[in-house]
Design a protein around this ligand. Sequence first.
Ligand code: 6PG
Length: 475
Amino acid sequence: MGTASADIGVIGLGTMGANLALNIAEKGFTVAVYNRTVAKAHALKSDNPELAENILPAGTLQDFVASLKSPRRVLFMVPAGPLVDEEMEKVSPLLSDGDVMIDAGNADFNDTVRRSKAVEGTGLHFVGMGVSGGELGARHGPSIMVGGAEHTYGTLQPILEKIAAQYKGEPCVAWLGPDGAGHFVKTLHNGIEYADMQMIAEIYGIMRDGLGLQPDRMADIFRDWNTRGLASYLIEITAVNLAEKDPDTDKPMVELITDEAGQKGTGRWAVIEAQKLGVGATTIEAAVSARGVSARRDERIAAARVYEAVKTEPAEFAGDEDGLAELEAALETAKIIAYAQGYATMASASEEFAWNLPLGTIAEIWRAGCIIRSHFLDDIAKAYEGGAKVVNLLQSPAFVGRVSKGQAALRKVVASASLAGIPVPALSAALAYFDDYRRPRGTTNLTQAQRDLFGGHTFHRLDKDGVFHHHWPAV
Ligand code: 6PG
């Protein structure tokens, strides 16, 4: 057994774990690595000779733990779910007071809360850490969302600040709150990611089916959009996706890919948590549902035959500069609304779980490294500057002007798409939310009347204080 010289250990050398370990090694830390298939740990060292002196592969968990400096920091990067519990059960008996276990996978924050409780009083510490940025992010700088005890974060901070993405010299990592806070924020990051991706796909659908544009031309348009308000990683990769040709057929790659989206669950969790909190995250919900509908391809093909006779209006989109500017403005406006929903969900969770989530900081650490990185997040960070109380981003002075101006374009795009039979579930959910949210007199007075009639659920009145029940005529 060698001396305890590693600054941190990584268990699980799949794509994310291996790249994170290399990132840690490159930043000058010594990283112990362990994988169930031991050969992977040795291969990580031999395949990366330039970093080899900072990589310590271990053949057994005992050797792995023994190679870690105290307090030991053990980072798990294994698939979310029961595997995390299994690995923790194996490692924790080998650890001592003050050692830290970090789950850096895409965990359900409810599991993170449970795991945090389970280690309480054992002398060990547990951190639930969201890591975003995919493979490249893990290798060269991800955005890192940390949940756990603040003092435990202190023992990780020097390493995390070095390996995180940097935005204008600021590391994209922060301690966000106790137990499940980090994984909750990562879940909402992914929910927003789903909404962003779905809305981009809907605009692509309008370009394809409403304007008849070819992918090459679309790539140019997205490249152009990436120079202004929408500038973001997702818009940038969309242009790359659209421009790519299949080497076998020379056809646009995107046209050869089946329209069936996969999902691993984090977007769905975002929606479930928003529902539990009673927050309308309808754009995210539409994006998650759209993936579900897309995956039922055979069913859709059959339904298309059933409804073949349905007549729609000819698409009314202008392919000129004005028309494209309208699409751009619609996407930008819907994006603000989607983020407002994501932030409202985090604000509500923060209250519900007494986390005191630093919403401005979350925007700051999302400006680089993560999948939804964009300049737009800097605008959100500014909306929270100086501890500004933001009820909902749609009421923030930072966005009121932009939404007031852009809503007409969103309205036109949603209306034209609906008439032409081009589905825009996320864009229209954003518009409906906006209209609902800014409506002083809604229609749930009727809902309340119905509830009171069939269940005696009572209601409040506009003209009198108190709780009322009305004796409705018998039905
Ligand atoms: C990230 C990504 C990453 C991954 C998700 C999305 O922030 O780096 O969100 O976590 O891409 O797993 O997965 P699905 O689209 O498969 O749900």
